[in-house]
Design a binder for this molecule. Sequence first.
Ligand code: SAM
Length: 367
Amino acid sequence: MTQFLGHAIPPALVQTLRTVPRHLFLPDRIWRGDGQGGYGLCDHEEEPERWLETAYSDASLVTQFTNGLPTSSASMPSMVLRTLMLAGLHTLSRPLRVAEMGTGTGFNAALLCALLGDKGVTTIELDRGLAQAGESNLRAAGYAPTVVHGDAAAGWLDRAPYDLTLATFSVDRIPSAWLAQTVPGGRIITPWNSAWCCYGTLALTTTQDGSAQGNFHSFAAFMPMRRPHAAARAPGPATPDGSPKTTTSTLSPWEVAGGDLDAEFHVGLTVPGVSFGWDTSGDHAPVRLDVTDTTGSSWATVDYDGHHNGRFAVAQSGPRRLWDEITAAHERWLTLGRPSVDQHGLTIDTTGTRTRWVQAVGGQHTL
Ligand SMILES: C[S@@+](CC[C@H](N)C(=O)[O-])C[C@H]1O[C@@H](n2cnc3c(N)ncnc32)[C@H](O)[C@@H]1O
């Protein structure tokens, strides 16, 4: 193992990274996170040296924004390498066929080509302009995988089956097409997200009967899959009239939304469709946690009064009691012995039913 960018990486993968020059895959204008939720632009024309330095930093570099939100990036190199390691691509004994979901710049597809050969690699990109740019970057760097413009959620059966379906965006549900296109005994590896917590990587192994099972791994936060054909959500009922239900909670909002990724991951996995945001404006309370469901029909607020660390004022409204759900999920997480992300997993059975589980005190528990 070689230390690279702070992680132990097999020499074969480090060598692969060195043979694929990342700067060939980047546009002139790239944005790097500033650590405070914003992005700093680096323009090749204005600052060629800083641009080159940035190109070889261990950072995710945003290459496109849509409506103010990042919609494509060159993934963080150490995360790319850890994903390739998880896929076992450095210990190959036979040629593999890989379907990469999310071509983006083409950089990861180039790494796959360097490892497997061009013929083994198919890469799918939703955005036509990005698919074209990614393909031309790949050609210019000397690689010729099959680049497809399409929605990765539908898979790409033309070149199936694949030994590995590898996503470079995060999902909250494995599309059935990924199971259909992956050989029995193959792998599906994808970054994960929930409305509450965008974190973790799921590695599933498929079986002969069409089911799949695997664990989450504790790394990676990737931008979510875009869903061009998703049905527009029916707006939730307007916030019901009348006063919200007010109570007091002993659960600190920082316990579930303050950066403990194991707790946040568990809450996100078990309370789907609920997100949070911190309000530190002081308009309502010294610090408030705003909790909403993705249909917009229910909400909760949890207020810290600036003095009491064990007592928080809660207001809840709508058909779901969101803070009660979050509190119950957190209590279960504590009872299970504070399981880490890696102790969680997912099984998809032959009927397509998804079961989330955790390996914890007393064995496997269904969530
Ligand atoms: C993190 S970037 C990909 C990084 C890329 N593999 C690289 O090496 O530069 C995620 C990409 O997935 C694409 N994407 C998002 N949703 C998609 C979908 N449903 N189908 C295909 N591509 C999608 C985005 O347009 C974006 O380019």
